[in-house]
Design a protein. Structure first.
Length: 247
């Protein structure tokens, strides 16, 4: 994949017919499943540190869904929790040397965005029937303003279908830039370790010291981008199923 080819810090994984991003997506899901089973089997009335972190994140995501969607939010809890934890771990796994963030591959991010797009449209049609398509009509205007009505309708359609593109592109660009920064720093550190020139060593010591800062920034970006993707998914679903309240 393009993303993997441009990120030299990640190890080249030669798996037949399996893209690197898909392989690490499986790794992330397997890790989530195993961790979930362990946490579920070791749950206590007085939670430990790991259980407390999971409970805090669960309550936070569910609370956001309740606030954005309303009383019908509980049916979507599994989707939002699953999306958040997958994206969070997928974003952060690339911070480990030799591993690769699958969300640095546009094929994965756009695939997730299209999945969300299809799902919230399905929910909207299920809740509202054919009335769901009224959102493209726009406000009622006098007959002599028909050109304006057509322009508004076209604008609504374009903005609607650009949602999966913007959703996937935002996640890809942020995570790929993080991977690229780490790769560049890794190459400079390697140059620092192998160079015998004092001048080159002086020029590469600054990136060496900056690496912890970039790692911290990567953690923050990984968390924020996972949260942004999930919150936007919540807002799209809320808009789709609450159309009757808005018309």
């Amino acid at each position: 994949m393009l993303a993997a080819a441009m990120v030299p810090e990640s190890v080249e994984y030669h798996l037949p017919h399996v893209p690197t991003s898909l392989f690490f997506s499986w790794v992330v899901w397997i890790g989530i499943i195993i961790t979930s089973i362990i946490v579920a089997r070791t749950m206590k009335n007085v939670p430990g540190k790991i259980q407390a972190v999971f409970e805090m994140l669960f309550e936070y995501i569910c609370g956001l869904a309740d606030e954005i969607i309303g009383p019908k939010a509980d049916r979507f809890y599994p989707l939002f929790i699953g999306l958040f934890f997958f994206l969070l771990i997928a974003n952060l796994i690339g911070l480990i040397p030799g591993l690769y963030s699958p969300t640095a591959d546009p094929m994965l991010t756009f695939g997730l965005a299209i999945m969300v797009f299809l799902y919230f449209n399905f929910c909207g049609i299920r809740e509202n029937g054919l009335a769901y398509f009224r959102q493209f009509v726009g406000p009622k205007l006098p007959w002599y303003m028909l050109p304006v009505s057509c322009l508004l309708c076209l604008t609504e359609i374009i903005s609607f279908f650009i949602r999966p593109f913007s959703l996937g592109l935002r996640l890809f660009c942020n995570i790929f830039s993080k991977e690229l920064f780490l790769a560049i720093l890794a190459m400079l550190v390697l140059s620092f370790l192998t160079s015998q020139s004092m001048t080159e060593n002086a020029l590469t010591i600054a990136p060496l010291l900056l690496r912890p800062v970039i790692l911290l920034l990567g953690i923050i970006i990984g968390f924020i981008q996972a949260l942004v993707f999930v919150v936007l998914s919540m807002s799209y679903i809320a808009g789709a199923i609450q159309m009757q309240e808005h018309h």
